[in-house]
Design a binder for this molecule. Structure first.
Ligand code: FAD
Length: 408
């Protein structure tokens, strides 16, 4: 048998392979990945790894021996460049091709490029992979002034690490608050204050028109309002684009992500997609997007989709319905989010000061809970949301109401 070929050896592709073997799958499994390293976890790249608190070995999802032991083939530094659906072969960048019985697209996402002059100067960085993190770790040693473009999770995590080194950091953001697409005004405002307390400065409602250079290296950032900021290191964190080209070029639907059904299958029964690259119907997206589909960039989603697809491929199909959850570490603070919320979802705050949660409601039902330094709330929220236990905004707001008992 040709077995299962996976394009992309990241969090989702690795999990699929490991779960297939756990589930008793015996045919060949091959992970094709365009990065040099063994499959690794990305979250520490903007946190502990960047801060020098963990080394490369601490990033790997499994030690090297695991792959041989479980007969999981890993082809590093090779790109999948095309899919021949009629012949069931995946074409590779070295000119070879691999036959498959089932092909899994687990190609993740790439950073959205900053479309301004100077974005290609030395000293302008993005952060997606280990190579990016290593380059940043080296350059931050010599940096004197840092500008972060985009107040999303990665930009803010990076800002917190850089500020902790005593470096001047300014975060430029088009919206009026940090993480405006992802969290409530209350939570965004809290993290703004927390970041400012760490020494980070913000420019909200601001746009970048150019990266200014000197001798081929970044020297500053020009803003639309006419200001120039000094910067010898610029981190661009303005979101990602799904790696959807393999699917699109093979004639599969792939608008803003590879389209899959509730079983994570594309319309071609021999091809599935998981992780950051996949757009799928989610029960948690009802009322959130016009067609109820989402694309989720999180470790939880990559792992749970890898497991779900592995189960189907060993003959135990199940609809993907795992609860989305996420975290972000910024300086001493941990943000945790359970569920999926939209900008219009109602907000109810529980707790106060430096540790609180914002309960979000859509169409009268709990949709998501954002917590800062309230791990207990987060765990309870995960249970309430997963089970669908009814909760009213009044109960969520009442500190005397026993949420834990409700979740039991
Ligand atoms: P990836 O892990 O990105 O793996 C995809 C792999 O496919 C990559 O190695 C890519 O290079 C490769 N590839 C792409 N195209 C091809 C091709 N044509 N041929 C061969 N290989 C290809 N999530 C959280 O939940 N919490 C966090 O705190 C958090 N922090 C993060 C911090 C950073 C800096 C980053 C970058 C991400 C973070 N995430 C976090 C998101 C999380 O890491 C991703 O959601 C997760 O890695 C998605 O897994 P994936 O397998 O879909 O994609």
């Amino acid at each position: 048998a040709a077995g299962i070929v996976v394009a992309g050896a990241g969090q989702a592709g690795f999990q699929l392979a490991a779960s297939l073997r756990e589930g008793g799958f015996r045919d060949p499994i091959t992970l094709v990945g365009d990065e040099a390293a063994l499959p690794y976890q990305r979250p520490p790249l903007s946190k502990a790894y960047l801060a020098g608190k963990t080394d490369q070995a601490g990033l790997f999802l499994r030690p090297p021996g695991f792959f041989a032991e479980h007969a999981i083939g890993h082809r590093p530094s090779i790109r999948a460049v095309g899919v021949d659906r009629a012949e069931r072969r995946l074409r590779l960048s070295d000119g070879a091709s691999l036959p498959y019985d089932h092909l899994v697209l687990a190609t993740g996402a790439r950073n959205r490029p900053l479309p301004v002059p100077g974005a290609d100067l030395h000293g302008v960085h993005q952060l997606r992979g280990l190579a990016d993190a290593d380059a940043l770790k080296t350059e931050i040693e010599a940096a004197r002034a840092i500008v972060v473009v985009g107040a999303g999770f990665i930009g803010l995590e990076f800002a917190a690490v850089a500020a902790a080194r005593g470096l001047p950091v300014t975060v430029i953001e088009a919206a009026e608050r940090p993480m405006a697409r992802a969290v409530s005004a209350e939570m965004g405002d809290f993290f703004r204050g927390a970041q400012e307390g760490m020494g980070v400065r913000f420019a909200f409602g601001a746009g970048v028109t150019a990266i200014l250079g000197r001798d081929g290296h970044a020297a500053g950032v020009a803003l639309a309002d006419g200001r120039d900021l000094v910067a010898d290191l610029v981190l661009v964190g303005i979101g990602v684009l799904p790696n959807r080209e393999l699917a699109a070029e093979a004639g599969l639907p792939a608008e803003d992500g590879v389209r899959v059904d509730a079983f994570l299958a594309t319309p071609d029964p021999a091809i599935s997609a998981i992780g950051d690259c996949a757009r799928f119907p989610s029960p948690f997206a009802r009322g959130l997007t016009p067609d109820g589909t989402v694309r989720i960039e999180s470790v939880q989603n990559a792992i749970d989709q890898g497991r779900c697809l592995a189960a189907r491929l060993v003959g135990k199909p199940a609809v993907y319905g795992a609860l989305p959850w996420f975290w972000s570490d910024q300086g001493p603070h941990k943000l945790q989010i359970a569920g999926l919320s939209g900008a219009g979802d109602a907000r109810v705050v529980r707790g106060s000061g430096n540790a609180f949660s914002v309960f979000r409601f859509r169409d009268g039902r709990l949709s998501a809970v954002e917590s800062v330094d309230r791990a207990g709330d987060h765990m309870i929220a995960r249970r309430l949301l997963a089970v669908g236990t009814p909760l009213t905004p009044e109960q969520a707001a009442d500190p005397a109401f026993d949420l834990k008992a409700l979740a039991l």
